[in-house]
Each structure stands twice: as C-alpha cells, then as structure tokens.
Design a protein around this ligand. Structure first.
Ligand SMILES: Cc1ncc(C[n+]2csc(CCOP(=O)(O)OP(=O)(O)O)c2C)c(N)n1
Ligand SMILES: [Mg+2]
Length: 444
C-alpha cells in the first residue's frame, strides 16, 4: 500500500530539521517520507485546493495567480494519491477489512449526528450543538490508525472524534442529553466530550484551547520515554482544530514548542473554509495553512479532506513520524461541513454553488465508489453495516432517554475545590438557588 501511494505522489526525502551536515546525513538513513520542505512541488500548484478560492478571490480583487506566485511552495501537496488506478489488487490502498472499518466509522459519525439534529430540535439537548457532517473522512482517516493509548484533542465539534476513538455511542448520546451515564456524567455536554479510558482529552469550546493541551500530552509522552526511561511510551497525540483557529496565538506558540522539542504530535487542521460566517479567505493573510509548518521547521501537507483514503495515507506518514520520534507534522485537510456552524445557525451565508460542489464529494459516497470499483465489497455488505449502525444509534437514544439526570449533589462537582463560601452559602444551600443571587445581594 505504501508503495502505491509513494509511487503516485512522488515523495521526496524526509525533512532535515536543521541544516548541519550531520543532521543531513542522518536523514539519508531514514525511510522515504512524504515531505520535503526544500522542494518546490509542481503538484502543489496544480492539485485541487480550496474549492471556493477562485470565486472568492475574484470577489475581493485578489487574483489567485498573485497569491501563488508570491510564495514558491516548499511543501509537497498530496492530493493526487489516487490519480493512477491500481493495476492489481495488491496495489489497493486498503484491504477489504480496512475498507469496511473506515466505512462503518464514517457511517456511524454521519448517522449519529443526523440523530443529534433530530434530538436537538425535539428539545433533548441543551446549549449549542455543532455537527461534523461532511468532515468524517478527517476523523476516520486519522483516528482509526491510533492505538488506545494515543490521545486525541478536539474542539466543540467533537462527537465524531470521540466515536472514532472508541467512546461508545450511548455514552456520547447520554452526555449530549446531560445524563449521568454520559462520558462526563452529564456535566460536559456537547462541547466537552472527555474519556480518560479512551484518551479523548476533551472537546474545547474556546477555539485554540485544545492545542496547548495536546502539546502537553505529547510532551508527557516524550518525557516518559526520554526522562523516565519508559521505552513503551511512544504515544502520539492528534490535535484537531479548524481553519479559523489557525489565526490564534496558541496555534503558533504550540507549533514552535512542538518543533523545538520534536514532540510526537500531529496538528490536524480541519479547513472547512469557514469560521462561523467568516470566509477563511477573508480572515487570513495566506490561506494555505500547511505552508506554516516549514516556517517552524516541521513538514506541512495539504490533503483532500473529503477523501478518507488520501487522508489516511497522509495520516500514516505523519503518525509514523511522530511515533518514530521524528517530530510533529502540520496536516491541512480541505473539507466542508454540510450543515450550518451549529444547529442554531440557519446557514444562509454560504453560496449554494459552493455547498453543492462539496456535497458532490461526500466522503462516504467516495469510499463506496472506490470499494465497488475495486470489487472490495458488495452492496449487501454495506447495507448490513448501515442497518447495524441505525440500530446502534437508536439504542443510544433509548439509553440516553431512559438514563437519570445528575443528582443535585453533582452540581458543583469539579467547579470549586471547596464550594463552601463560593457555590455554597453559610446555610449550606447552593447560592445559585437564592432568589437574590442574580441581584448580587445573596448571602455569602
Ligand atoms: C477564544 C475564542 N474566540 C472566539 C470564539 C467564538 N467562536 C466560536 S466558533 C468560532 C469559529 C471557529 O472556526 P474554525 O476554527 O474554522 O472551526 P469550525 O467551526 O469551522 O470547525 C469562533 C470564532 C471562541 N469559541 N473562542
Ligand atoms: Mg472552519
């Protein structure tokens, strides 16, 4: 599989992290990798990038050609992985079992979230709920390559990452319903999925907040291996975040630290072209986020995030690099959300033509086509998976619905180290229950 991929993508030698001759000679010993930041890639200029770029740049009078010529890309783009048809079954990008696993995981993400929309509009969930429809290839393409000990850090669009990492659907649904059987015992809700058991280190409502947490987790892994001499500590952390988040300081600070300390982390940008109603192209000085990797001394790769097989090939390389101790990678996945920013967003800002362009590239349909064309599966095998997932999601809803709400005593848990004097007044009652609480005159 690796050879089929590298043959089509014409990858160069690995990234020399500094320019000393010893570092370069060490690099020669390393296996071929995807990235060469000192090589200008012709495929980078011709591969599909940012589906709406031309149109939007025309509107803002900044021609695409101007953007491209202003920087000679030093990073290989890997969007052409499937251009050559495999000649024999041994050249396929996946085995049948792998294909079924990827399909099942994406269908789980999609069906689970379609159900979330229904439950939200029926008043079963509280607060904001941000869905991942359309972006499944990113979560599946990366997370299905991880071990249980590897860590994932997400954003407020976090349900699908938790599912891909193995958190049971019923625990995620229950969390969304605010029930005690949820993965955070109903205290986190939609934007704060967490599971110690599965090393899901959180969804984060504040954009960019998860990136330092992920960097810390990667540091832990390296510290355990190199300082505490735990040889099995080769765990990798994936940090998922959006295009809008890449304009925040934590992104740059963490790229710097991760490269400086060669941390086992992959920064996975889910570039869905929008940050709520702000077009990525209007909000950032250079929309090609992957180019920011080499500025910090790490490879940067752009990949078609609507194609799980392409994502998976890039993910293999980046996760492998991290696990081998070769340091971080920045991967920009060009993707698209099929729904509004959250379920409260009427989604009226985005151009219908742009939506149609990406809808036609639905990652689940693309994987199906690949598997049918290569005779990996038949229709009935996929239908059986669809049915299994439908039942699983139904069961998750029933479970969540029937589960109890948290007890009163849980209200201030994990809020104050000692709630007396803060959340609890001198009479032992919750201060928030004092009718004068919101007037600022409650007893303290
Ligand atoms: C620190 C911070 N500032 C502002 C916000 C408000 N906010 C919520 S979502 C969002 C856009 C994020 O866009 P992007 O990173 O592209 O993620 P996407 O929603 O597209 O997945 C913003 C600015 C926030 N949550 N946190
Ligand atoms: Mg975005």
């Amino acid at each position: 599989m690796a050879s089929a991929f590298s043959a089509t993508a014409k990858f160069a030698q690995p990234l020399p992290l500094n320019t000393t001759s010893s570092a370069r000679s060490q690099d020669k010993l390393s296996p071929p990798a995807l990235f060469d930041p000192f090589r200008t890639s012709s495929s980078a200029a011709t591969s599909p990038f940012l589906g709406s770029t031309r149109q939007l740049l025309c509107k803002s009078n900044r021609p695409l050609s101007h953007r491209r010529s202003s920087s000679s890309s030093a990073v290989v783009a890997v969007s052409d992985v499937k251009q050559k048809k495999p000649k024999s079954s041994s050249n396929l990008l996946i085995t049948k079992e792998e294909g079924l696993e990827l399909y099942e995981d994406m269908v789980l993400g999609r069906s689970f979230e379609d159900m979330c929309a229904q439950m939200y509009y029926r008043g079963k969930m509280f607060g904001f709920v941000h869905l991942y429809n359309g972006q499944e290839a990113v979560s599946t393409g990366f997370i299905k390559l991880l071990t249980k000990e590897d860590s994932v850090v997400s954003t407020y669009r976090d349900h699908v990452h938790a599912l891909s990492k193995g958190v049971p659907a019923r625990a995620v649904m229950s969390e969304l319903f605010g029930k005690t059987t949820g993965c955070c015992r109903g205290q986190g809700g939609s934007m704060h999925m967490f599971s110690k058991e599965h090393n899901v280190l959180g969804g984060f409502a504040f954009i960019g907040e998860g990136i330092p947490v992920a960097t810390g987790a990667a540091f832990t892994s390296k510290y355990k291996r190199e300082v505490l001499k735990e040889p099995n500590s080769d765990h990798v952390t994936l940090a998922f975040f959006g295009d809008g988040t890449c304009n925040n300081g934590q992104f740059f600070e963490c790229l710097n630290m991760a490269a400086l300390w060669k941390l086992p982390i992959v920064f996975v940008v889910e570039n869905n072209l929008w940050a709520i109603g702000m077009s990525h192209l209007r909000a950032t000085s250079d929309p090609q986020i992957y180019k920011k990797g080499p500025a910090f001394g790490m490879p940067g790769v752009h990949v078609d995030g609507m194609d799980v097989l392409k994502v998976r090939e890039v993910a293999k390389e980046a996760i492998g690099r991290a696990r081998r101790g070769e340091g971080p990678t920045l991967v920009e996945c060009e993707t698209y959300r099929f729904r509004g920013h959250s379920l409260a967003d009427p989604d009226e800002l985005r151009d219908p033509a742009e939506k149609a362009h990406y809808a036609a590239r639905d990652p689940i349909s693309q994987l199906k086509t690949y598997m049918f064309e290569n005779n990996l599966v038949n229709e009935s095998e996929l239908k059986a998976i669809d049915k299994k997932i439908d039942e699983l999601v139904e069961e998750a809803v029933e479970f969540a619905d029937e589960s109890p709400v948290p007890d009163r005593s849980q209200l201030l848990e994990n809020v104050f180290a000692d709630p007396k004097g803060f959340g609890i007044g001198p009479d032992g009652r919750y201060r928030c229950e004092d009718p004068k609480f919101t007037q600022g005159t409650a007893q303290v």
